[in-house]
Design a protein around this ligand. Structure first.
Ligand SMILES: COC(=O)C(/C=C/C1=C(C)CCCC1(C)C)=C/O[C@H]1C=C(C)C(=O)O1
Ligand SMILES: O=C(O)CCC(=O)C(=O)O
Ligand SMILES: [Fe+2]
Length: 368
């Protein structure tokens, strides 16, 4: 076959925000300054920010009595349906692992730039150190440094991008990913039961699930009102598990009822969100929710995010149980590998990536 020339992507110069903060603490290059409409208006944050996202106590599902189990299952279904986001406490993930992953992530981001640049995220790709989802020179940049790695199955790994410093990075990430994988399997089991589906429906469907980790480091910013830590997006995964660094300021915001609602960190809790894949499988009953991160004036922030998704070979489409006369099929069937490719080759733009799967409805004009 004739090799197709791939046109190289020209993304221009991307400043490393941690370096900017060190060397020019008051400078915000033009590419980071958002258009007015996109800027986070802190005065516009829902004043009843006490509307906190729901909290699920997983121990009640794992080992609660019958009544506790039923009540928490209802709470989980309602959280998925009404919020698409919740925090999980008593999740069973070893707390020392949460501390250790945070330590290696922080140690990595604190390395000299030359060391981190040994693991570069090539333009247009998503693994390594840098800024993902940048495809042109005029695209606005996020006030964030990212380090992302594919973890499972092994063929998605690029071993050259697994850092040798800090020394215990790889073994810690392996241990952490194993436990987060079990958490995702458990959550998917209870999500299925809450939908009156067979408990193993997702695990059986997903095959050898894909798991990737992204560590986001948001340095303090002199004008947080002009920049975004991370552009608004929904996640392409089935489920996402997000760990907020201890002592990190509030930064994650979710878009609900036309307002950006901040997510208040709870010590040792993990934030879970429904990804695009579960939205499609449930025919839109559980929706992936747009979210973003904002920067803080004085404090740096760290988040460690795991994307859990079906194997690339899997065909995805609304499950038959979720489609009926009152809920007509809203999404087409597609291959998850194709969706992953589509997702990672487009800039983050709200829920735009999911247009890929939506069945367009035509509104015929009413007859006179
Ligand atoms: C920067 O990365 C992402 O935001 C991201 C990518 C994840 C991936 C890797 C880092 C390695 C290869 C696999 C994968 C594409 C999952 C988001 O992940 C979402 C997007 C899709 C689609 C998904 O399944 O998870
Ligand atoms: O840092 C955060 O709180 C948000 C991260 C996120 O949404 C992501 O990595 O997909
Ligand atoms: Fe996200």
């Amino acid at each position: 076959m004739v090799p197709v020339p791939i046109s190289p992507i020209s993304v221009g110069h991307i400043d490393d925000v941690q370096e900017l903060r060190k060397t020019k603490p008051t400078c915000i290059p033009r590419r980071f300054v958002r258009d007015r409409i996109e800027r986070p208006r802190f005065s516009m944050i829902n004043p009843s920010s006490c509307t906190n996202i729901p909290v699920i106590d997983l121990s009640k599902l794992l080992k609660g009595n019958k009544d506790e189990f039923q009540a928490e299952l209802l709470h989980l279904s309602a959280s998925c349906e009404d919020w698409g986001f919740f925090q999980v406490i008593n999740h069973g993930v070893d707390l020392s692992l949460l501390e250790r992953i945070e330590k290696v992530a922080t140690d990595f981001f604190m390395l000299p730039l030359e060391e981190k640049q040994k693991y570069p995220m090539a333009p247009g790709t998503v693994q390594g150190y840098g800024q993902a989802f940048v495809f042109s020179e005029d695209q606005k940049l996020d006030w964030c440094n990212m380090f992302a790695l594919g973890v499972e199955p092994h063929f998605i790994r690029n071993p050259e991008l697994w850092p040798t410093k800090p020394a215990n990075f790889s073994e810690t990430l392996e241990g952490y990913s194993r436990e987060i994988r079990e958490l995702c399997k458990n959550l998917l089991k209870y999500i299925a039961v809450g939908l009156s589906l067979a408990e193993n429906v997702f695990e059986n469907m997903f095959g050898e699930a894909v798991q990737a980790v992204r560590m986001n480091y948001y340095p303090a910013c002199p004008r947080p009102d002009l920049v975004l830590g991370l552009s608004p997006h929904s996640d392409g995964s089935a489920l996402t598990v997000l760990q907020q660094g201890k002592g990190s300021p509030v930064g994650l915001q979710i878009f609900k009822d036309n307002h950006w609602v901040p997510v208040q960190p709870i010590p040792n809790a993990l934030v879970i969100n429904i990804g695009d894949t579960i939205e499609v499988l449930t025919n839109g009953r559980y929706k992936s929710v747009e979210h973003r991160a904002v920067a803080h004036k004085e404090k740096d922030r760290l988040s460690i995010v795991t994307f859990y998704a079906p194997s690339y070979e899997i065909e995805i489409g609304p499950m038959t149980e979720m489609v009926d006369k009152n809920n007509p099929c809203k999404y087409r069937r597609y291959n998850h590998g194709e969706y992953s490719k589509h997702y990672v080759t487009n800039k983050l733009q709200g829920k735009k990536a999911l247009e890929f799967a939506k069945i367009k409805t035509i509104n015929y004009p009413k007859r006179p």
